[in-house]
Design a protein around this ligand. Structure first.
Ligand code: ATP
Ligand code: MG
Length: 375
């Protein structure tokens, strides 16, 4: 997939800006606060219907403006598609493809494909399990847009089950037991779907992330990635949803009294994690800064390869990626950037950019993005 044009209106610090991107590598340069990351964020938003930086859309709308618009023209399999979204606080997102409104915003998922690497991704290695779950869920949705509704179904069932457990206040009356059993079954079914898809995803992702990391590091460091289930630990499970649903069911029965006492659902995909290790040491606590950065980047580059092999190659977006890396790793990132069909990177300091990066350079200011002859 190629992003030909991006236009933003009242988005973050841009009142209006438009850029025509070539194939290959483009670099957005400009001083701190110019609005470089904001442009990558806008592209990422079209791909995932969310920001990689904030959970709420309100921050994306230019201060004082009533709504924001992101528009893009993409080439996919020889076809040109125009996509736009309008963000309005309180009334959600309105999307259009080739000018025709889509019934639900989520119908836009899959039209624009992007891999976003940003400094926030350090949290994939250092942060809480929630960040790694979000990584898996966002990627699973990009692979398979219907995963998005499976995830929403699971969250809804989980909320309702938790409400019931809370209302039991430590003692479950016999009359409520039958209701709880109904929710157990729904949770097992919805949970197994999420769990299964994540297991398949991790299996497909693992060799690609290992390879990406080893390329970045320039040596064969052992990289381990394991899905850690709150029900079954890291044992290699069959991703068959029927078997996973059974494991979840059994766990819910075993945990019933504890769950009633605590008033929450103690296990299931909402409590799972992805374990990452480098040379046999847990990366969260042991990796150096540059290693953690490289591992986060490898997770993104591995995701990018996976999506590219399974469908239209996403546009590769890398925000401030060069800043934290040694010389050799910078050169390897430049190779990855050049290998993708289309890459857009940002840099505040053009001197950080490796020399071999043959790129179109755009100078970014609020409201204007100019192609310049040199950085
Ligand atoms: N909703 C908003 N309305 C107006 N301005 C905003 C909004 N959200 C962010 N900004 C402004 O956008 C600027 C940040 O833009 P951005 O993060 O894209 O900068 P950058 O060019 O990537 O800088 P750096 O090199 O520091 O990463 C900040 O000055 C911030 O105040
Ligand atoms: Mg930035």
């Amino acid at each position: 997939m190629r992003l030909e044009r991006l236009e933003v209106v009242e988005f973050r610090n841009h009142d209006g800006a438009a850029v025509e991107f070539p194939a290959g590598v483009s670099v957005l340069v400009g001083p701190n606060g110019a609005g470089k990351t904001n442009l990558l964020e806008a592209i990422g938003y079209l791909a995932t219907l969310g920001s990689h930086r904030v959970g709420q859309d309100a921050a994306l709308i230019r201060a004082g403006a009533a709504s924001a618009v992101i528009r893009a023209a993409v080439q996919r399999a020889g076809r040109r598609l125009l996509v736009d979204v309008e963000l309005r606080p309180g009334s959600g997102v309105r999307g259009r493809v080739n000018g025709a409104p889509v019934p639900r915003a989520r119908d836009l998922l899959g039209v624009v494909r992007a891999t976003v690497f940003a400094p926030e991704d350090l949290g994939l290695v250092r942060g809480d399990p929630e960040e790694r779950r979000r990584f898996l869920d966002t990627l699973a949705t990009q692979r398979l847009p219907r995963y998005h509704s499976s995830r929403q179904d699971y969250d809804r069932v989980l909320r309702q089950r938790n409400t019931l457990l809370r209302s039991a206040a430590g003692r479950l009356p016999a009359s409520a037991l039958a209701t709880l059993e109904v929710w157990d079954e729904k949770l097992a079914m919805a949970g197994a779907e999420i769990w299964s898809e994540r297991l398949r995803l991790v299996a497909a992702l693992t060799p690609r992330v290992e390879l990406a990391y080893q390329r970045l590091a320039g040596r064969d460091d052992l990289v381990e990635i394991a899905y850690v289930s709150s029900v079954a630990g890291t044992v290699g499970l069959d991703p068959d949803p029927a078997k996973l649903a059974q494991a979840l069911r059994e766990r819910l029965v075993a945990d019933r009294s504890r769950e009633v006492e605590r008033g929450i659902t103690l296990s299931g995909p909402h409590r799972d994690d992805l374990a990452l290790a480098l040379r046999d040491l847990p990366a969260r606590t042991h990796a150096s800064h540059g290693e953690a950065w490289s591992l986060a980047l490898a997770l993104r580059l591995g995701s990018h390869r996976l999506l590219a092999e399974e469908g239209e190659e996403p546009v590769l977006l890398m925000d401030d990626v060069f800043a934290e890396l040694d010389r050799q790793r910078r050169d390897r990132v430049a190779e990855a950037a050049l290998a993708a069909e289309q890459t857009i990177v940002t840099a505040a300091v053009p001197e950080e950019l490796p020399g071999e990066l043959n790129a179109a350079v755009f100078h970014v200011e609020p409201g204007s993005v100019q192609l310049s002859a040199g950085p």
